[in-house]
Design a protein around this ligand. Structure first.
Ligand code: GLU
Length: 425
């Protein structure tokens, strides 16, 4: 009897589940494994009461989900965003399981989030949210249980607050519980740029296998946070012409190519890390979403999920898509783009450089021995290349899209681990 499929009103969760079920059934995975892997091991909801700067108290909702710990401790970021819900967090944790599996690192999948609007918070308010959230999830995190990291709107600063709060509660330093920390406080040289380096490496590998010269290639990078900005930087360094970048303040297009270094410096010095006010010769500014429909070779959505959906996917004119964000395409968009013959390098392959880099940081924390940035990158790039190669070859061999191939490779490793470890008596 076929497994009864779980669904959700949340687009990301229903997308993740649908992709999983389709791949699992195509590979003939046993029903009991499908049942086990379609559910999360742990879903925690917490309230986060915070005294705001004006003296009032606001209560925020926070979540931490571990989808699977079959391969190792839960691993995945914590995001601060007004769209955060339990279902979205679960979807992201679910995808982390496949990402870590595909990456070949010893982790399961986890994810966390706080529903808040960071643009409206002062630094102190953000710190209080982070520390209270840390205290609430303290019983459930640990270097061998669940290891959070940065995600949308969180970074090295938040990771220090998390680490410090947990360390104070436990009365001992706990550096290996959080990755993405600053280099001066148990972080790794290379971690901040790691996701972008991985996305760019995957994009360049894709161009290589299809026989396309990066120097004859144009790209548009949607989102200019840590992932988007470093993706643009590394592609630009490889000779790709980045004709457009964007963030919530607009699309910034220049047919002769964006000066990526200058744009990064601009965003870095902006109080909210935005491109607002960026200028260079020949720059044209338009609405944020306009970037999605530009006539470029490669489109790299590097911001939020669901940006390409049934309402707009047919407007895409790019030849190839490399997903830097988690879940930027809905299944309908996936279908539309497939029918237009646009190949897609899937998110949990393309953006796995971040979590692979987190694995390096965790190893260094546990060993108390640090690597140089050269060592870090010299390990990251070959892993990204060989993971890309594995998915590419699998997709050719089995005549499936890269996303389906990546799911099948990833599910196999986790399913084998569940079988080997067994179910409790
Ligand atoms: N948030 C990143 C991701 O979605 C990194 C996760 C991690 O390093 O644990 O992959």
């Amino acid at each position: 009897m076929a497994v009864e499929r779980r669904t959700s009103d949340d687009v990301l969760l229903s997308t993740a589940l649908e992709n999983f079920y389709n791949a699992a059934e195509e590979m003939g995975l046993k029903d009991d494994l499908i049942e086990i892997l379609s559910r999360s091991e742990r879903r925690i909801c917490v309230s986060i009461p915070v005294e705001m700067d004006d003296g009032t108290v606001k209560v925020f909702d926070g979540y931490r989900v571990v989808h699977s710990s079959a391969l190792g401790p839960g691993k995945g970021g914590i995001r601060f965003h007004p769209q955060v819900t339990l279902d979205e967090t679960e979807a992201l944790a679910f995808m982390m399981t496949w990402k870590c599996s595909l990456a070949g690192i010893p982790y399961g999948g986890g994810k966390g989030g706080v529903c808040c609007e960071p643009l409206e918070l002062s630094l102190k308010e953000k710190e209080r949210i982070t520390r209270t959230f840390a205290a609430r999830i303290e019983p459930f995190v640990g270097a061998w249980t669940d290891v959070p990291a940065p995600d949308i709107n969180t970074g090295a600063r938040e990771m220090v607050w998390f680490m410090d709060t947990i360390s104070k509660i436990r009365g001992q330093l706990e550096p290996a519980i959080f990755t993405g920390k600053p280099v001066s406080l148990w972080g790794s040289k290379g971690r901040t740029a790691a996701t972008g380096l991985g996305v760019a490496t995957c994009a360049l590998e894709f161009l290589r296998v299809i026989g396309r010269d990066p120097k004859e290639t144009t790209a548009a990078v949607q989102g200019f946070g840590t992932v988007g900005s470093y993706t643009a930087k590394f592609l630009h360094e490889a000779g790709v012409k980045i004709v457009a970048i964007c963030d919530i303040t607009g699309t910034y297009y220049c047919k002769d190519g964006i000066d990526v270094e200058k744009a990064m410096a601009h965003a870095h010095s902006h109080p909210k890390r935005l491109l607002e006010g960026y200028s260079q010769a020949g720059l044209e500014k338009s609405k944020p979403n306009d970037i999605l429909y530009l006539d470029v070779d490669v489109l790299l959505p590097c911001a939020m999920e669901g940006v390409l959906n049934k309402a707009n996917a047919d407007k895409v004119r790019a030849k190839y898509i490399v997903e830097g964000a988690n879940g930027p395409l809905t299944p309908e968009a996936d279908e539309i783009l497939k029918s237009k013959g646009i190949p897609i390098v899937p998110d949990f392959l393309a953006n796995s450089g971040g979590v692979i880099g987190s694995y390096f940081e965790w190893c260094q924390n546990l060993a108390g021995f640090f690597w140089t940035e050269e060592e870090y990158n010299a390990r990251l790039v070959p892993i990204m290349k060989s993971n890309f190669q594995r998915v590419w070859e699998y997709s050719k061999e089995h005549n499936v899209e890269m996303r389906r191939a990546a799911f099948m490779v990833a599910i196999k490793r986790v399913a084998d681990a569940v079988e080997m470890r067994g179910v409790f008596l």
